[in-house]
Structure formats: structure tokens, C-alpha cells
Design a protein around this ligand. Structure first.
Ligand code: NAD
Ligand code: UDP
Length: 337
């Protein structure tokens, strides 16, 4: 059985489906601070079997000890954490506590239970302001905000742990920009309040919840002046976790890989693709740059292919189609916003 922390969240829920499809039993631990309990019902529909769900916090050592005593957990996939850059600047202590302390508690509980297979959600945010794309796993790292620093710190803790105790099997997966939703539209990203990220914002403009998209700058040194990112379908990302787990089970060791497509799309290209997918016009206004925004970056995903045989399969049009289908479901259920 796999313990999935944050398993009712956006990426965790899609990974639960992929894990179930690969024959794994699941235990989800989530405190529901950024997701809903009814995701478990939808996962039951998609997985053909109801995952065990424990509502609780990864920082709760007694709860973790109980879980490890009661269930035969063989590996942990750790998605639980806070992820909003702006919020992390306003609430650094809460971010370090939840992300860094939460991971430490989890690792300590695993160690006590003699469980040593760990898959961690890292991020492309650990790379320094990139002066050369594509970004490779050995590109320089740094952080410019507490969220990014929490990921850097955890990456370093995991490296230290593996150096001290080489029988740990650890994957540090550096996600690029996850977007889209499961094609069933039963699960997806459900941002509360104003979405920070481009794709959910565009989807809300398309459905008429918001009047227009604010494009944050069109004076970057990119072909059309707008920022370019490596968008990755969340189902492809989820499958990358299965490939990583298989690798760890077979090879052991410490794995650090980018999960991205290797190509960047600009904000305007995303807008056009979303218009094609939805049949809606997406009005936009060009504003000033978002503080700290980087012009462009994308992954060199070749190491993931070489080591894991993993490669993305779903292109930008499918990302937009699935994001649109999910947005329409949210609208019907009245769950968004
Ligand atoms: P999400 O907020 O949808 O999911 C995180 C889940 O963790 C939520 O269900 C939340 O309720 C739960 N959670 C948070 N703190 C918890 C705690 N202390 N105990 C138990 N549960 C807790 O986020 P997501 O987009 O699915 O991201 C998952 C992971 O991937 C995060 O670690 C995030 O930093 C990382 N990541 C996300 C992105 C992205 O763009 N979405 C990019 C790179 C990395
Ligand atoms: N972006 C934008 N308007 C928005 C949200 C995002 O123009 O409302 C741009 C942003 O400047 C960046 C790209 O879209 O160039 C992706 O932004 P997102 O926040 O989704 O990802 P990140 O910048 O964290 O990689």
C-alpha cells in the first residue's frame, strides 16, 4: 500500500488514479486545507476501489505512527504542502513549518517504521534565474522566495539523508507547470479565490466568471514578448511518479529528475490554444510585469526518458481541452470560486 500525503489535492489525486491503475492500494493522508473530502468519492469511481482516507496532518507524529503500525505501507509519495509563492512571502513561518517541518516529521516517522522509499514533489522553482534554457538537473539552484526556499531546503535534507543512510530510496521530482485535468472531468485543480496560475485563470475567463485575463507584461525577450513556460498535462505528470517509483524499487538510490515536456509556450500561445479548445473568445489586457517573473524557462526532460522511460504524451491542445472540460464541470457544480 502506498501512503499519498496530500492525495486529495490537484497532483496527488491524479497520481492516486495512476497508482491504482498500476495495481497499488492507496492510503491518502490529507488535512483538507486546500482540497475537499468528496475527491475521495470521485477517486473511488476512477480507481474502481475506494482509497483509505485519513483526515489529518503530516506534522502529527502520533497519527503517522498509527498509520505505519496499522497498514503495510511500502512507499510514501509526499504531495502535502503549501504552494503559493505570494502567500509564502507574507507567511514565511507557516510555509517553513508546513513544508519543511511536515517533511521532517514524515521522514522521522518513516525511519521509525523502517520504511525508506520516498517520492518528493519538488519544483522547477529550485532553479536559479535561468540564463540558459533548457534547464538540466545540474543547472544552478537558488531561491527567491520562502516557497522556493522550502523546496530547496527539503531537496538538501533528502540529499543529506541519503548520504548518511544510503539504503533510502528517494526521488526528487522537479515539476514544471502542471495544467489540465483528468479527461473524465471528475478531478482537477480547484483553486479557491483568485487563481494564481495562468491556465485556471484563462479557464475562468472563458466561462465568463472573469471579464478578462491580465497578461503580466509583453516586453520580455521572447518571440511575442509574453512569458514562456513548460506546461505539462497533470496526467502525464502523475505517470511520471509511477515511473519514478518503479525505478526506485528496481534500482534504489537517489533520483533527481525534471518532469516537463521540453518546450515552452508563451501566454499568447496558451490563450490561442484555449480559444481553440473552448470555442470561446478570451479577452485580455496587457499589464505590467509581475514582480520577480522570469521571461522563459523549460525543462530538458531527457534524463527522465533515459532513466525512467518517461516522456510526456499530451500536447497543449489536450491540456486546454481537459482544463476546459473540468472548468465546465466546476461551473455546473458551482464549486469554483
Ligand atoms: P494542492 O494544494 O492541490 O495539494 C496539496 C494537498 O496537501 C492539499 O489537498 C492540502 O489539503 C494538503 N495538505 C497541505 N498541508 C498539509 C498537511 N500539513 N497535512 C496534510 N495535508 C496537507 O497542491 P498541488 O498542486 O497538488 O501540489 C502538490 C505538491 O506539488 C506540493 O508540494 C507543491 O508544492 C508541489 N508542486 C506543485 C506545482 C503546481 O504548479 N501545482 C508545481 C511544482 C510543485
Ligand atoms: N500569467 C499572466 N497572467 C496571469 C497568470 C500568469 O500573464 O493571470 C503569466 C505569467 O507571467 C507567466 C505565465 O503566465 O509568464 C505562467 O504563470 P504561472 O503563474 O501559471 O506559472 P509560473 O510563473 O509560476 O511558472
Amino acid at each position: 500500500m502506498i501512503l499519498v500525503t496530500g492525495g486529495t489535492g490537484y497532483i496527488g489525486s491524479h497520481t492516486c488514479v495512476a497508482l491504482a491503475q498500476s495495481g497499488h492500494d492507496l492510503l491518502i493522508l490529507d488535512n483538507l486545507c486546500n482540497s475537499r473530502a468528496d475527491v475521495v468519492d470521485r477517486l473511488e469511481m476512477l480507481c474502481g476501489k475506494r482509497p483509505v482516507f485519513v483526515k489529518g496532518d503530516v506534522r502529527d507524529a502520533a497519527l503517522l505512527a498509527n498509520i505505519f503500525a496499522q497498514y503495510r505501507i511500502t512507499a510514501v509519495m509526499h504531495f502535502a504542502g503549501f504552494k503559493a509563492v505570494g502567500e509564502s512571502i507574507e507567511m514565511p513561518l507557516a510555509y517553513y513549518d508546513n513544508n519543511v517541518n511536515g517533511t521532517l516529521e514524515l521522514l522521522a516517522a518513516m525511519r521509525r517504521a523502517n520504511l525508506r522509499t520516498f517520492v518528493f514533489s519538488s519544483s522547477a522553482t529550485v532553479y536559479s534565474d535561468p540564463d540558459g534554457v533548457p534547464l538540466r538537473e545540474d543547472s544552478p539552484r537558488s531561491a527567491s522566495n520562502p516557497y522556493g526556499r522550502s523546496k530547496l531546503i527539503i531537496e538538501d535534507i533528502l540529499a543529506d539523508l541519503h548520504r548518511a543512510e544510503p539504503d533510502w530510496r528517494i526521488a526528487r521530482l522537479r515539476y514544471f507547470n502542471p495544467v489540465g485535468a483528468h479527461e473524465s472531468a471528475l478531478i482537477g485543480e480547484d483553486p479557491q479565490g483568485n487563481p494564481n496560475n495562468l491556465m485556471p485563470f484563462v479557464a475562468q475567463v472563458a466561462i465568463g466568471q472573469r471579464e478578462f485575463l491580465n497578461i503580466w507584461g509583453n516586453d520580455f525577450a521572447t518571440p511575442d514578448g509574453t512569458g514562456r513556460r513548460d506546461y505539462l498535462h497533470v496526467v502525464d505528470l502523475a505517470k511520471g511518479h509511477i515511473a519514478a517509483l518503479d525505478y526506485l524499487n528496481l534500482q534504489g538510490g537517489m533520483l533527481t529528475v525534471n518532469l516537463g515536456t521540453g518546450r515552452g509556450y508563451s501566454v499568447l500561445e496558451v490563450v490561442k490554444a484555449f480559444e481553440r479548445a473552448s470555442g470561446c473568445v478570451i479577452p485580455y489586457k496587457v499589464g505590467t510585469r509581475r514582480p520577480g517573473d522570469i521571461a522563459q524557462y523549460w525543462a530538458d526532460p531527457s534524463l527522465a526518458y533515459e532513466l525512467l522511460g518517461w516522456k510526456y504524451r499530451r500536447g497543449l491542445d489536450q491540456m486546454c481541452r481537459d482544463a476546459w472540460r473540468w472548468q465546465q464541470q466546476c461551473d455546473k457544480r458551482g464549486t469554483s470560486d
